[in-house]
Design a protein around this ligand. Structure first.
Ligand SMILES: [Zn+2]
Length: 505
């Protein structure tokens, strides 16, 4: 009897299995089998779900999920129903899904608002926007131009009275700034280095709005203004000023400023999955991602598919995996979708300052932000980064959490990068790290689509999103078994490595 070659029916069965179950071994090459007790949940995470969830998050229904905009409120509502479907319980204010933060939304009136100098008119747009002010102001004012170092210039009380002060400062100008309080200008325009000046401003209600009309200008247009007033076409520079400079002009600027105001509450979405062990369930592991992005700016939608539709997708997949797995985590899971990350980590800062469960019971906080694209820069092409991810901050507070993440990664096999791209303080984990909670931050790296309207579904790596969910599902489940991590004696100097090397240790 001869040994047969693979008979046809077997080929057929393999073929059917391959098309029915494309996700069964979707981890990267070299990944090892997942421990039995986590396997069911792990296998429930699929690329297909990454795609369908992100398609909703990046859709026009949510219009880029801008804090203070309708799209974010809809997204938060939708997110909470998704958590409920995955067996989570509401853990926000008064038994709701939401921890509300008070915000001020100010919106420039584009019809009314303009600056006229001679024949030139500046309309609100990318270079002319609004800061922390609301109200209406009209007047023809002589102008003082100022470049200010950290050390304030000498000037007399009321030096700017009745004038418009156009100022670039080494420190951001606050409403109670000495220039305003002592100089008493009639109106102030702050010159911004960032060319993306907003027509809408969202700030926390805890900030007192400026008593003086306050607008913002980009550097290029501010220099046009200075030239028009016969000062100089390069008075304002990218570099911080080394000396204080005050230049008064006799030219008058015709200022029309109208800013509308609304007080609103914006939520963090907060879910809780109770631990299976009654004696341990007060302790909790935390997973989070920011749900907000830039929303609609000057009429353009910023869908934020990667930033941070991708992380929001991942944490929902993790929620689903926890619920699917028969063996439940002994300690509880706190899951949060933050608002206002793009406004300065405001949602996570608010939670860390007003925790709904004691922070001392938080074992660790895992943050996921921008993991949907292959990193791409002048130095590295996207194709080199199919299976890479930045593991940021995992050694800062507890090496034990770092080691546990490496152990979890054996079953996914990402190639970790440890160059931090300057992001350690730039996403929501930082709010918890400042309180001493051990953190990890999964970050895909920057791409040409960062903070652009082109951050759409095109070019998204759904496999990377699913694998981040798999990695942090395992890390979270293992941390929920482990309990509190030993903290490093002091800040680990190794954590700021110059090493640009890729390692999959
Ligand atoms: Zn982000």
């Amino acid at each position: 009897m001869r040994i047969p070659s693979l008979p046809r029916p077997t080929f057929f069965v393999l073929f059917i299995a391959a098309i029915c179950c494309p996700d069964v071994s979707a981890q990267y090459d070299g990944a090892t089998e997942v421990p039995q007790r986590f396997r069911e949940g792990f296998r429930s995470i699929t690329e297909k779900d990454s795609e369908s969830l992100l398609t909703v998050l990046a859709s026009s229904d949510f219009s880029g999920r801008g804090t203070g905009q309708e799209g974010f409120m809809k997204a938060a509502q939708w997110f909470s129903t998704q958590l409920a479907d995955r067996g989570f319980q509401p853990a926000g204010d008064d038994g709701s899904w939401f921890q509300m933060l008070p915000f001020n939304v100010t919106q420039i009136d584009g019809e009314f608002t303009k600056l006229n100098i001679g024949k030139t008119t500046i309309l609100p747009g990318n270079d002319f926007g609004v800061e922390n002010y609301f109200g209406t102001f009209e007047g023809k004012l002589p102008v003082t131009f100022a470049r200010v170092t950290k050390k304030r210039p000498e000037f007399e009380d009321g030096a700017f009275a009745g004038r418009l002060l156009v100022v670039q400062s080494a420190n951001r100008i606050a409403a109670n700034d000495v220039l305003i309080v002592k100089g008493r200008p009639a109106c102030i325009i702050v010159v911004e280095r960032d060319s993306r000046v907003r027509s809408q401003s969202v700030s926390q209600l805890t900030r007192t709005p400026s008593a003086v009309p306050l607008a913002k200008l980009g550097i290029t247009i501010a220099n046009k203004l200075a030239a028009g007033c016969e000062i100089s076409a390069d008075f304002f520079a990218e570099k911080n000023p080394e000396n204080n400079q005050l230049m008064t002009s006799s030219s008058e600027l015709d200022v029309h400023l109208k800013v509308e105001h609304e007080s609103i509450d914006v939520p963090n979405v907060v879910g809780w999955y109770p631990g299976s062990d009654e004696s341990l369930r007060d302790e909790h592991v935390c997973i989070g991602a920011h749900l907000d992005h830039l929303g609609i700016q000057q009429g353009s939608v910023y869908p934020g598919a990667d930033d941070n539709g991708s992380g929001s997708t991942s944490i929902l997949q993790i929620a689903g995996a926890i619920h699917t797995n028969s063996e439940k985590p002994k300690r509880s899971v706190l899951l949060m979708a933050f608002c206002a990350e793009e406004r300065g980590l405001l949602g996570s800062k608010h939670y860390a300052a007003n925790p709904l469960r004691p922070l001392k019971d938080m074992v660790c906080m895992l943050n996921i932000d921008m993991i949907g694209r292959n990193e791409e820069s002048d130095k590295e092409s996207a194709s080199e980064n199919e299976n890479t991810i930045h593991l940021v901050g995992s050694r800062k507070i507890s090496n034990q959490l770092h080691e546990l993440t490496l152990a979890a990664n054996q079953h996914v096999n990402f190639v970790f990068e440890y160059d931090q791209e300057g992001v350690y303080n730039r996403s929501d984990h930082a709010s918890f790290a400042k309180k001493g909670v051990p953190i990890t931050f999964l970050f895909g790296g920057f791409t040409p689509h960062y903070h652009k309207p082109t951050d759409t579904l095109a070019g998204i790596n759904f496999s990377k999103i699913a694998n981040c969910a798999r990695l942090d599902y395992l890390t979270l489940m293992m941390a929920a078994e482990h309990g509190h991590f030993e903290k490093n004696p002091e800040e680990n100097p190794k954590e700021n490595p110059k090493e640009d090397t890729k390692k999959s240790q």
